[in-house]
Design a protein around this ligand. Structure first.
Ligand SMILES: NC(=O)c1ccc[n+]([C@@H]2O[C@H](COP(=O)([O-])OP(=O)(O)OC[C@H]3O[C@@H](n4cnc5c(N)ncnc54)[C@H](OP(=O)(O)O)[C@@H]3O)[C@@H](O)[C@H]2O)c1
Length: 435
């Protein structure tokens, strides 16, 4: 904070899109409340975006426009930088790095940046005693980072399970409600603005993965490790999968889970899963996010809310700014960067539990007799089996619910099953959550 303005925190705002403009609006609309709660006036003094002439629905007449976002890192009238441009590389990376090197705290909503450069940035943050905060980067308005770092801080966390992508959850909820297929619902979601023109990062699971590695770092004190993440998206799911899951008392959700295994390794995995209707995660509908955590003393905790959009995300950014105004300053991932463990990460192979397996096969006698020995050879026993879609010359779906097995057994069995001439597509396998 500038010495001559003890009671003012001056913000340099890079990016004036959904998140940046939203941040500007809250700081204006709730200025009195924010000052009452912190004793500090938080004001935007300088901004940057790509297009200076764009109407953003905010009055920028009292703030300075800088031509290069990097200039905010050394601007004399900026005490803290808010990075709301996005992207894992420049200019966001250089801006954050340089601001921290100059001793200026940074608040960001950029999960991709932190998932890829979190360790490096946390070292710089510590070296220059400049906090780096990112409540907005995971699950938007849900205060999951403060919950892990503060509310659950006394617990050993054994697992976190989250629905962290509103686009995927909207698509899955709509598929269930309407019986439509993935591609049709995706197209509608794009028209409604719930899905990006290029939906790959969302529906492929990468966006959930970015968020998951940040939660894993906070929960387990390990380096954010996007490389060792198993990621599967929702694009291979059919309306039939959702209906059959329902018949087994479950709903299908895209779940990011990070779990400490008995041997101490950390499993990080994003995958569509069957979630029993008794789980609070099963009731997170539409664009909402929800996260279930398990701590050794607190037990299960569940939070749900809006994971994206202008208001929720900007609300999280401003909560970080208020923490800075209150003097909060700690390591980025809760413990010093050089103590973050690079623990060997477990993969989907290590996930243990029951699986849903859908095979698309030719409707010929003897197909099941070919599949059964492969399952047996990989220690997979069948809990139930159903067959759907019988009409002349049409492929049929066989759905198998397995007893408990490992992801590795499932993978190896599926490789062999996929090679059978009567099997027409790669098998789809979904873990069945029991939480
Ligand atoms: N939207 C959400 O609900 C949400 C939720 C959680 C986290 N986030 C994260 O928040 C960040 C921002 O997202 P957003 O939705 O606000 O994005 P957005 O609406 O596309 O806004 C991005 C802003 O950054 C500016 N910008 C982009 N590239 C730039 C560059 N190279 N140089 C200067 N300015 C640049 C753009 O300028 P112009 O306006 O002039 O084009 C725009 O103002 C991302 O990291 C995103 O992952 C977003």
């Amino acid at each position: 904070m500038a010495k001559n303005q003890e009671k003012t925190l001056r913000v340099g705002l890079a990016g004036l899109g959904t998140v940046g403009a939203g941040t500007f609006k809250i700081l204006q609309a709730n200025a009195d409340l924010i000052t009452r709660r912190t004793g500090v006036r938080i004001v935007v003094t300088a901004v940057n975006a790509r297009n200076k002439g764009k109407d953003r629905g905010i009055d920028l007449s009292s703030v300075e426009w800088v031509d290069n976002p990097i200039d905010l890192a050394s601007h004399p009238d900026v005490d803290v930088v808010v990075e709301a441009m996005g992207g894992e590389n420049d200019p966001a990376l250089s801006l954050v790095r340089m601001a921290l090197q100059n001793g200026k705290p940074v608040v960001t909503a950029n999960k991709a940046l932190l998932a890829h450069h979190g360790v490096d940035l946390s070292r710089i943050s510590e070296k220059h005693n400049a906090p780096l905060m990112f409540e907005a980067a995971v699950a938007g308005g849900i205060p999951i980072i403060k919950m892990i770092l503060e509310g659950l801080a006394a617990n050993n966390i054994s697992g976190l399970y989250g629905i962290m992508n509103g686009t995927c959850n909207y698509i899955l909820t709509t598929m269930e409600r309407t019986g439509e297929n993935f591609s049709d619902v995706l197209e509608e979601a794009q028209k409604l603005g719930y899905a990006e023109a290029d939906p790959t990062l969302d529906v492929g699971g990468g966006d959930s993965g970015h968020k998951l590695v940040l939660l894993g770092a906070l929960a387990f004190g390990c380096q954010p490790d996007y490389q060792n993440l198993s990621v599967e998206g929702i694009d291979r799911l059919s309306a039939e999968d959702i209906i059959i899951a329902g018949e087994f008392g479950s709903r299908i959700k895209l779940i990011g889970q990070t779990v400490k295994l008995e041997d101490g390794r950390i499993l990080q995995m994003v995958s569509p899963c069957l979630v029993p209707r008794t789980s609070p995660l099963a009731h997170v509908d539409g664009v909402l996010n929800g996260i279930l955590s398990q701590g050794d003393f607190v037990g299960l905790s569940f939070v749900e809310g809006r994971g994206a959009g202008e208001g929720p995300t900007a609300s999280a950014i401003v909560s970080d700014l208020m923490d800075l105004a209150n003097g909060v300053n700690g390591p980025v991932f809760g413990i010093p960067a050089d103590q973050l463990q690079s623990s060997p990460s477990a993969s989907r192979d290590d996930w243990t539990g029951e699986f849903y397996m859908r095979l698309v096969v030719q409707d010929l006698p003897g197909v099941i007799a070919e599949i059964a020995p492969i399952l047996r050879d990989h220690q997979i026993s069948i809990e139930s089996l159903i067959q759907r879609g019988r009409s002349a010359d049409q492929p049929v779906s066989i759905v198998i619910i397995t007893h408990q097995t490992t992801g590795k057994n499932i993978r190896l069995a599926c490789q062999e099953i996929a090679d059978l001439p009567s099997v027409l597509d790669d098998p789809l396998t979904l873990p069945i959550l029991k939480i």
